[in-house]
Write a protein that binds this ligand. Structure first.
Ligand SMILES: [Zn+2]
Length: 334
């Protein structure tokens, strides 16, 4: 799932997005909460209707960013066992993000898959701090699930996923997962650490992901939040069964000229390098995307070197198509 932060994948129209084969996106609850506000989105028929998008949309809880902004003291506010209270840097308005409020905002956005609010902290926290994060995460997951049912969202076909916390302590992740399974969710998400799934030797760098994957109940999805390099996705899926991913990597890299290409030795083509200035080949031979079918490396090189928006659009189209082909090769996209 690429990030359609405010209801758009940057530089693409919804039709262009669809043409890349992308039928799952993530929208950012915090950004939409601050502007234009969930009430406005609801009034306009929900984020999918507003985008004229027919695929599946997932919204995050809004917590991840609020917490990191508050922890780093970039924003004013505080975090308690009830949730977070913060001031919008946009207009100074006070906002509250509780487990119940997060579900309500996501309901107003009218997304298909929702995520419960969790207590996400830095990956290098002490065990004591990680234990508190797990305790609060479990309490909030329980409250969010109750609210989800109270609002009848399950009957409307919405799915609810939770976040397994526990930092770098596999036994805490195991405990958290066990308790979350008791509450019962449609999906179980790995969150809070980020980073790479595989190290330079191609081995698993985050063993706690394996702990979670081995415990997941049958028929439920495993969502690795923010996991996004092709090799990480491939490893997490083939070796452990993780099957949902969201990442800014293909879109952000595209805008900076880093393109994915199976025929390059390391799988990456840096299109703004001078060696592509007169290269009339497509970005990736055999790719069926709009950029590769119609244009040369030289053209996209020229556009990106001069900051032309169309260059960013074409580069984003190619990278998303590359990722969707990767997902199809893993048996995904269903
Ligand atoms: Zn292409």
């Amino acid at each position: 799932m690429p990030d359609a932060t405010r209801g758009a994948v940057r530089a693409l129209t919804t039709a262009q997005l669809k043409a890349t084969g992308t039928d799952h996106i993530v929208v950012n609850t915090l950004h939409l909460l601050l502007s234009p506000g969930p009430e406005r989105v609801a009034e306009l028929g929900g984020i999918k209707k507003l985008m004229n998008y027919e695929g599946t949309a997932l919204s995050d809880s809004g917590g991840y960013q609020v917490f990191s902004l508050l922890h780093s003291k970039k924003w004013q506010g505080k975090i308690t066992k009830f949730g977070a209270v913060f001031k919008s840097p946009k207009d100074g308005r006070k906002h509250e993000l509780t487990p119940e409020k997060s579900i309500e905002v996501q309901m107003m956005l009218d997304t298909d898959v929702m995520v419960v609010l969790d207590d996400c902290r830095d990956s290098n926290v002490s065990k004591k701090e990680a234990e508190i994060a797990v305790e609060w995460t479990l309490d909030w997951a329980d409250k969010a699930k109750r609210h989800f049912l109270k609002l009848g969202l399950d009957k409307k076909g919405k799915l609810l996923s939770c976040v397994v916390q526990g930092a770098r302590f596999p036994e805490l992740r195991e405990f958290c997962m066990k308790e979350l399974i008791k509450i019962g969710f449609d999906g179980y998400n790995y969150g809070g650490v980020g980073g790479y799934v595989v190290d330079n030797k191609g081995e698993l760098a985050l063993p706690e992901m394996k702990v979670i994957a081995e415990m997941v109940p049958k028929g439920k999805f495993l969502y690795a939040m923010g996991v996004g390099r092709p090799q990480d996705i491939e490893f997490a899926n083939r070796e452990m069964g993780w099957n949902v991913f969201d990442t800014v990597i293909p879109t952000r890299n595209a805008r900076h000229g880093t393109l994915y290409c199976a025929t390059e030795p390391d799988g990456i083509l840096r299109i703004t390098r001078s060696r592509f200035a007169k290269d009339l080949l497509p970005i990736e031979k055999g790719c069926d995307c709009e950029a590769c079918v119609n244009y040369s490396r030289a053209y996209i090189h020229h556009l990106l070197r001069n900051g032309e928006m169309t260059g960013m659009t074409l580069a984003t189209i190619h990278n998303l198509r590359f990722y969707q082909r990767l997902m199809t090769s893993l048996g995904g996209n269903s």
